[in-house]
Design a protein around this ligand. Sequence first.
Ligand code: NDP
Length: 247
Amino acid sequence: MTLSGKTALITGGTRGIGLAIAKKFAEHGAKLVLLAAHGGERAEAAVSELQKIGAEVGFYVCDVSDAAQVSETVTKVLADFGTVDILVNNAGITRDNLLPSLDTVDIDDVIDINLKGTIFMTQALIRTFVKKRSGVIINLSSVVGMMGNKGQTNYAASKAGVIGFTKSVAKEYGRRNIRCNAIAPGYIATDMTAALSEEMTAELTKQLPIGRLGQPEDVANLALFLAGDCAGYITGEVIKVDGGMYI
Ligand code: NDP
């Protein structure tokens, strides 16, 4: 499985699942374009880690919820890298609370980043993919978008939206040789889930058939498969990486 000669753009690529996908792609020969909300030390560390693997890496600060910033950034990326072959819409946030306590800003931010950010990024690159009649889009949804979760109404709605978007893009662009799939992770050990208490983590782990929390690399392995030619006949799918959490 090789991504040699391919350029992959990964949003939220400087930590967690995004960084694991970046590493996996780098190990398989891809050039990398990382986008994140913040620059600074973390971004620099991610870039140098990937360069050590031998990858050509570009980093751009871009708020994916801002359509104008997305469009400007993609224009810059295309000028710097020539093209993009693989888009991974990974940037995401949670703002958990019970429904009556959710502020409007908690609803807006989650929908704007998780769902609208995915739409804006795809919109900004779709003409490039159409022109060359090839492209791969991988969207990070969540099992919560399929099964719901108390305390996560805003997040679950955003991730269910990502699934509807994924299937629609797959139908709209399949004929142009553009594939679009979603990954639905369960609980993966990243900053996003670090806020869970040890007790809650132990309780959750007990309920998982595989008996452990997922690691970012578990998700990256599927992203690698979906990005490559082995997945050439797979589009519009939502694939869980959840240790059996939602069967
Ligand atoms: P992290 O919280 O570890 O990282 C989130 C990334 O998204 C960061 O790189 C962050 O950038 C970036 N980001 C946040 N807001 C924006 C924005 N407005 N514009 C651009 N980038 C932004 O998340 P995970 O790695 O855990 O999650 C990655 C994806 O997987 C998310 O979509 C998440 O919803 C999904 N997922 C995660 C699960 C889990 O258990 N961890 C389970 C199911 C789905 P910066 O570093 O600059 O802040």
